[in-house]
Design a protein around this ligand. Structure first.
Ligand SMILES: Nc1ncnc2c1ncn2[C@@H]1O[C@H](COP(=O)(O)OP(=O)(O)OP(=O)(O)O)[C@@H](O)[C@H]1O
Ligand SMILES: [Mg+2]
Length: 266
């Protein structure tokens, strides 16, 4: 097997969010479709929530990539935690005007004439302050802008518990870890998408079971683990030890070594 392939496969599992490397498995497709449907409904706000590493940022960036040609859509992947910065960015992007606070923004928004509400995607909304969240809610109340926000799970529960979020003007979509079957599809599809067929074949049922046991199907942890597994093969190559290793199957030992290295097991 060509060792360069291992370098390529390793990089497939870098922990970055790029819509080009999005893979579709049934649950993810369902979540994506619920999101598309939610956008069509007269909702004021849509919440995407889940534990870290369940694919919230990925879903948001996929949505953005798919809709950016046909819709008035804005993605803020890095939170605009400073209020003045928030209103100046939104004013610039959405209204093409200079604004630096809610009052100014609201006044200008009133006279804006959109064909349909602009979609504003805010990633990592748990980093916004309570006061800014309240202002975002006030903005969504105007129905002139539709917000899609991602939040960590506990923060969502806190937010929903708050009185002013208890109305049914929003919809929430929960993202979860993959099941064992989904995890296999995730790994194999990621590799096949990049033409790494031989490396995709290395993960048999036993290997997937071991990976699932370690990562519980969390996408970020799986990426970390897979990245390190391929890194291990590359270091075997450097140490001229590759001939001692079965390159057609990932062994439990290799998976566990990678997991130890990443601190995923103790
Ligand atoms: N559908 C998918 N297709 C391909 N890769 C994915 C998919 N979903 C998640 N990933 C991968 O898993 C990793 C974690 O996903 P992501 O960063 O979206 O999680 P998150 O829920 O936003 O986590 P956090 O709460 O820490 O921000 C990403 O680096 C991404 O590469
Ligand atoms: Mg994220």
């Amino acid at each position: 097997m060509d060792i360069e392939l291992f370098e390529h496969s390793k990089n497939i599992f870098l922990d970055n969010v790029d819509a080009k490397s999005y893979v579709q498995i049934e649950t993810i497709a369902k979540q994506y479709n619920s999101l598309l449907e939610a956008i069509q409904k007269p909702l004021k706000m849509i919440l995407i929530y889940g534990r870290p590493g369940t694919g919230k940022s990925m879903l948001l960036s996929k949505l953005y990539a798919d809709l950016k040609e046909q819709k008035n859509i804005f993605l803020y992947a890095t939170p605009l935690v400073d209020e003045e910065h928030f209103f100046s960015m939104l004013g610039h992007d959405i209204l093409h005007l200079k604004t630096k606070n809610l009052t100014q923004f609201m006044a200008l928004l009133k006279s804006a004439d959109f064909q349909e509400p602009p979609l504003v995607l805010l990633d990592e909304a748990q980093l916004y302050s309570d006061t800014l969240m309240e202002k975002i809610r006030l903005l969504s109340d105007t129905r002139k802008i539709k917000f899609i926000i991602t939040l960590h799970k506990t923060q969502t529960e806190d937010l929903i518990a708050k009185e002013h979020f208890q109305t049914r003007i929003w919809e929430s979509i929960e993202l979860k870890n993959a099941t064992e079957d989904e995890l296999k599809l995730y790994i194999v599809k990621k590799l096949i998408k990049e033409n790494c067929y031989d490396n995709a074949d290395m993960f048999d049922t036993k290997a997937i079971q071991t990976i699932y046991k370690i990562t519980q199907g969390n996408y970020r942890q799986t990426n970390k683990l897979l990245y390190t597994i391929f890194e291990l093969y590359l270091s075997y190559e450097k140490a001229k030890m590759l001939h001692k290793i079965d390159l057609h199957k990932v062994s439990t030992k290799t998976i566990e070594m990678a997991a130890l290295h990443k601190g995923l097991i103790k």
